[in-house]
Design a protein around this ligand. Structure first.
Ligand code: FES
Length: 397
């Protein structure tokens, strides 16, 4: 016999090995396993690479998503304590996703990794996706059920778990071959048991060391990606909304000019229904800049809102972020900036004249607040706004 194969035997071809792997337990799920593994590693790295996600103040941060989720999630009592350490939990979730993804890809501690993946998907479903309607529009519930074959059956073919299982099997077979035939003595039985326990311990140790190595590699990769993300993080693009002040620096716009107090007209906007996401805001009514100062809370000077641009303010009634836009010269509309999907703060995109949610990509019409693209189920809540003869903007509250 020359080499590992008997004379006349041929090494199995890649095709037959692939067919064998597909026929093995879990083989038919290889593609799904690869998808879940890659997706979870990518999701974890993406979170770490985004400094905004780990920030405590930025739009689209984990903290902000959490605050939005608390409003709608059935787990809101459990989420309150998480708000006290949002960065810690954000990093924990990202590292958890990377660990689950790597464990799934390598098939190392596959059941444990799949259980972790299922728990993460369940928690995302009960928080971020809970308001998705119908329920199957959200991806998290699909991920949750995609994990179940691996929770129940382990990694299956082409996995490190399989390699370790075969090694242990061979060691146990060698042990039973070495055991003399006939009725073993008490001493022989004890020695066999001890040897079998040693094999189990050795396999456990090897698996733990491999898991430690993979965990260390995942954490190092995460730290590296996070550092690169911070390094490459750029300032906000032009065309975004600046804060509304009392006559401060005008916000940047998509090309319009700031409204002048000398030419200002009073614009009032009636609230639009928000139930369908396809409703429109009734046309703004305008009147001469005379008469009494409007009722409500002054939010800032109209000159801070460029024509075709937007500015941010805090809605005094709800104490949440809000946006005011000047759709035409002298015509203002204001909306809550809280995304109806999971509560992130939407941003004004002056280039496309939309409000964009940084968390899951919902887009809203900048003039009406209506949904242009989900997953947000409804439009942005309008806030009645009026321009006073003094050039100041006023809202209810
Ligand atoms: S919070 Fe999910 S799209 Fe806005």
């Amino acid at each position: 016999m020359n080499g590992p194969f008997p004379a006349g035997d041929r090494r199995p071809s890649v095709r037959s090995r692939l067919a064998g792997a597909l026929a093995a337990p879990g083989g038919a799920l290889l593609l799904l396993r690869a998808f879940l593994g890659v997706t979870f590693v990518f999701a974890g790295l993406q979170k770490l690479a985004n400094p905004d996600f780990l920030s405590t103040t930025a739009a689209g941060s984990f903290r902000q998503q959490l605050r939005g989720s608390i409003i709608t999630s059935p787990l809101h009592h459990l989420l309150d304590p998480v708000l006290h350490a949002p960065v810690f939990f954000a990093v924990l979730i990202a590292l958890g996703e990377i660990a689950v993804g790597l464990g799934t890809l390598l098939g190392l501690l596959g059941r444990l990794a799949a259980t972790g993946g299922a728990l993460l998907s369940l928690s995302f479903f009960l928080t971020v996706s809970f308001r998705d309607s119908p329920y199957y529009y959200g991806a998290d519930i699909v991920f949750l059920f995609a994990w179940t074959p691996f929770v129940l059956g382990g990694s299956g073919a082409w996995s490190l778990d399989g390699v370790y299982a075969r090694r242990a099997e061979r060691a146990r077979a060698a042990l039973s071959d070495a055991t003399p035939g006939g009725e073993p003595t008490k001493r022989q039985s004890a020695a066999t048991k001890q040897r079998a326990a040693q094999i189990e311990r050795r396999m456990f140790l090897q698996k733990t060391m491999a898991a430690g190595l993979v965990g260390f590699s995942g954490a190092t990769l995460g730290a590296l990606v996070s550092a690169i993300g911070r390094f490459l993080h750029t300032a906000p693009r032009s065309g975004t909304a600046g804060p509304l002040g009392a006559g401060g620096t005008p916000a940047t716009s998509s090309g319009g000019t700031a409204a002048s107090t000398t030419t200002a007209t009073t614009a009032t906007v009636a609230p639009a229904p928000t139930g369908t996401g396809t409703t429109t805001v009734p046309p703004a009514t305008t009147s001469a800049p005379t008469g009494p100062v409007p009722k409500g809370t002054r939010i800032g000077s109209a000159v801070d809102v460029p024509v075709g641009g937007a500015a941010t303010f805090t809605d005094p009634a709800q104490q949440v972020p809000a946006l005011v836009v000047q759709t035409r010269k002298g015509q203002f509309r204001a909306f809550s900036a809280v995304c109806p999907h999971a509560g992130c703060t939407v941003q004004f995109d002056g280039t496309n004249n939309v409000f964009a949610c940084p968390c899951h990509g919902s887009l809203f019409n900048a003039a009406t607040g209506a949904v242009l693209q989900g997953p947000a189920p409804t439009g942005l809540a309008p806030i009645p706004v009026a321009l006073g003869p003094n050039g100041q903007l006023y809202v209810d509250g």
